[in-house]
Design a protein around this ligand. Structure first.
Ligand code: AMP
Length: 731
């Protein structure tokens, strides 16, 4: 494949350069929309136009059509536009979204401030452009708020920001103010710690405790949007996750670790197609969840249904509330079980499939949906584990990474279950024998949760022995195919599959990571790669799905680091499956390491030709935060707002950063690179040039902005620093 080069400056092919943005402000009168626009426009370097319905008729109130025309003409001129009108419901917003095509980025900023605040501001203000002020304002604002419908991504926005208090508003103002003419903001749903009032009430009811709005980060039968806000925090939480600072107790960030907890999403078994009584089924679900939820540690169970009005979800919620089941570990979720992450932002590494006895695609409902979303890989993997399934049983199937459910949704296992059938139109009908039916349904949930428990246990215990033990545990759950030879064959297939799966799913520091920081002392540890940590893997495996890549070849993909820690910061990704991090690298990878180095060097040299004062280092983090081997190419100015904490600094300026040249030497000689563990990241902050110590990042940054001392001797050797020959030669 020919290498495709893209301008790294603009992060684009040129087509996207300076793409105008249309921001729909969403908010009641008094929510601060006009002040928002005015502040950004006063301070921003991007050309903005404010389209305000209150003034569009020659300084007087105009029509929506005038706003549409005004917006279209400003956008045509390449300007970015604020649509400053209430836009409180989807219908009001739709015409603006339809107005322009992909040549314009569409954003929504919802100023979702408390109704009381908006009303009191509207009542008190004077000289309002639209003359909505004084006593009449209260009733108008109140009426408008009844129609409030927060924007959703599926309306067509690339980015939505929801502000729920003044601090959020200020943060959004800062974000848009900082946006230069050719900058682009990351897409996604940001903000909204508490969802809208109706949902929040539901959560309160379920929790049976009173928490002031905004304090709760518990999600209980929430809409995908609500979860999405957590997810976007999680996705955007590279900083949070990389941060050394302890998240504040009770703050939203404290839930992030749970977001990464192993999670099983399961549909209600037997209640749809098999016509099982809903009341009885909900009793059993809650009974079994209660039995298992504490056995599962931090792992979560999520009952999923497509419909917002699902009877089974509401029965289960009510009964779970009565039993005070921990809502962080068990909750219900409305969404498509095959799109929980991509559409709902909910990370579930395991999903349950209510299947048929033949373990075959087809039928309707969840079985058809899961087999179809997973592609043929699931059918093949299922066949390798079992030929059939009897009622009450489960079979755990590791999902091959070729499956879109794996790559898109982060699902690593599907657990097929077969529940009792009360539908005369389906095989093995129990003819309303609920004694037997309830017994089988209990057994079904036990098998399902045992299967999930075995997966969770494996994630915590990495040794091969355990994988084997675990595999055998799973086999006991299977029905059919029990004769010795077949079993042995299956074990072999599955062990290989499990090992492959865990390799790609878990982060393993490997035996060459020393707890002392000296390397090679043996401690092993695994932790799951969260969905947020898969982005580079997905980019390397499917570059066609990603924008803003600056080079693609058969061996590597090059992109700008999304959170650059210096003026120039690129990542060179290896395009080899199973090469998650430096600990996986072996002798056979030396050629690839050299290729990555030469590509990184080529880009560093390109940047040097444009700015000869830059100096580069190329290297790997001993323990990466993101899956897929990647080489950092980073300029040594460390001039970046993204460099925020000790961990960021020390990951590039301590022995934790392994220079590419040394890695190549070590792997060529010893078959592996020496790695340093993460403890080293808490060491004191020292200037990378003069080695002076500094108490905090701001002080360190102030120092390095002017330090011109020579680099330490070790960096001057073996080509570790890349710079223009003769430039700063004494340094
Ligand atoms: P490491 O600690 O070596 O895994 O570094 C991962 C790097 O990936 C960090 O420098 C992040 O800023 C960067 N990063 C995280 N997410 C993305 C992304 N989606 N695209 C590009 N870079 C990313």
């Amino acid at each position: 494949m020919e290498a495709m080069e893209i301008d790294p400056e603009t992060n684009s092919t040129g087509k996207d350069e300076g793409k105008p943005i249309m921001v729909l402000l969403v908010g009641a009168p008094g929510s601060g929309k006009s002040i928002f626009c005015d502040t950004v426009m006063r301070l921003s370097t991007r050309p903005w136009v404010r389209i305000c319905q209150d003034t569009i008729g020659n300084g007087k109130a105009g029509t929506k059509n005038q706003c549409l025309t005004g917006a279209a003409s400003a956008l045509r001129e390449g300007k970015s536009v604020f649509i400053d009108r209430c836009n409180l419901d989807r219908e009001q917003r739709a015409d603006f979204v339809k107005l322009v095509g992909p040549e314009v980025e569409k954003h929504a900023v919802a100023l979702d401030l408390p109704a009381k605040l908006c009303i009191s501001r509207s009542v008190k203000r004077t000289g309002h452009e639209g003359n909505l002020q004084g006593g009449k304002a209260a009733a108008v604002v109140n009426r408008m708020l009844q129609k409030k419908e927060l924007p959703k991504l599926n309306e067509g926005y690339a980015r939505i920001t929801v502000c729920q208090d003044e601090k959020d508003v200020q943060a959004a103002i800062n974000t848009y103010t900082a946006l230069g003419p050719s900058d682009k903001l990351p897409p996604g749903f940001f903000g909204q710690k508490n969802s809208d009032a109706k949902v929040q009430l539901g959560i309160m009811k379920f929790l049976k405790k009173k928490e002031p709005p905004g304090c709760s980060d518990t999600v209980m039968n929430v809409s995908p949007e609500n979860i999405r806000s957590h997810a976007s925090k999680e996705k955007d939480s590279n900083q949070v996750l990389e941060s050394c600072e302890e998240p504040k107790k009770g703050s939203v960030d404290s839930s992030i670790s749970l977001e990464n907890a192993p999670t099983l999403a399961f549909p209600s078994i037997s209640t749809a197609d098999f016509h099982f009584d809903l009341d009885k089924a909900s009793d059993i679900i809650v009974e079994k969840v209660e039995e298992y939820v504490n056995k599962l540690g931090t792992a979560r169970l999520v009952l999923v249904d497509l419909s917002q009005n699902s009877k089974i979800l509401s029965l289960v919620r009510a009964k779970a509330a009565e039993k005070n089941i921990d809502s962080k570990k068990f909750f219900t979720f409305v969404g498509n079980i095959t799109k929980l992450y991509s559409e709902g932002g909910l990370h579930c590494n395991v999903i349950a499939n209510a299947t048929n006895w033949r373990l075959k695609p087809g039928g309707g409902g969840v079985n058809a949906a899961i087999f179809s979303a997973a592609g043929p890989a699931l059918e093949t993997a299922t066949k390798a584990r079992a030929g059939s399934l009897s009622a009450g049983k489960a079979v755990v199937v590791p999902l091959p990474s070729a499956s879109p459910l794996f790559s898109r949704e982060g699902v690593t296992h599907v657990i097929h279950v077969l529940g009792p059938n009360m539908n005369p139109q389906r095989p093995n009908c129990l003819n309303n024998d609920y004694v037997k039916g309830c017994e089988i349904l209990r057994e079904t949930y036990s098998s399902l949760f045992d299967g999930f428990k075995s997966i969770v246990r494996n994630q915590g215990e990495p040794s091969k022995d355990n994988l084997e033990k675990e595999f055998k545990g799973e086999v006991q759950l299977e029905q059919g195919c029990r004769n010795g030879e077949q079993k042995a064959k299956r074990e072999a297939v599955c062990e290989a599959d499990m090992n492959k799966k865990y390799k790609s799913f878990a982060e393993e520091l490997g035996p060459n990571v020393g707890s002392s920081g000296d390397g090679n002392t043996g401690g092993q540890r695994r932790k799951a790669w969260g969905g947020w940590a898969q982005a580079l893997y997905d980019t390397a495996m499917h570059p066609e799905r990603h924008k803003n890549l600056i080079e693609i070849s058969d061996d590597v993909v090059v992109l700008n680091d999304l959170y650059p820690k210096a003026q120039k910061h690129l990542l060179v990704l290896a395009r080899v499956e199973g090469l998650d991090r430096l600990a996986d690298v072996q002798k056979e990878h030396v050629t690839l390491l050299k290729k990555m180095h030469s590509v990184g060097l080529k880009w560093a040299e390109k940047f040097l030709s444009e700015n000869n004062s830059l100096i580069f280092r190329l290297g790997y983090h001993s323990v990466p935060s993101m899956r897929q081997l990647h080489l950092h190419v980073i300029s040594q100015d460390f001039d970046s707002n993204h460099l925020k904490n000790k961990k960021h600094w020390n990951s590039f300026n301590s022995p934790f950063f392994r220079d590419s040249v040394d890695v190549i030497d070590e792997v060529s000689q010893n078959g592996k690179a020496t790695l340093k563990d993460e403890n080293i990241l808490s060491m004191e902050l020292r200037c990378h040039r003069c080695q002076s110590a500094h108490p905090n990042i701001p002080r360190l940054k102030a120092h390095i902005s002017s330090c011109q001392a020579a680099f330490p001797a070790f960096l001057l050797q073996n080509g570790r620093l890349v710079r223009v020959e003769g430039k700063d030669a004494n340094h």
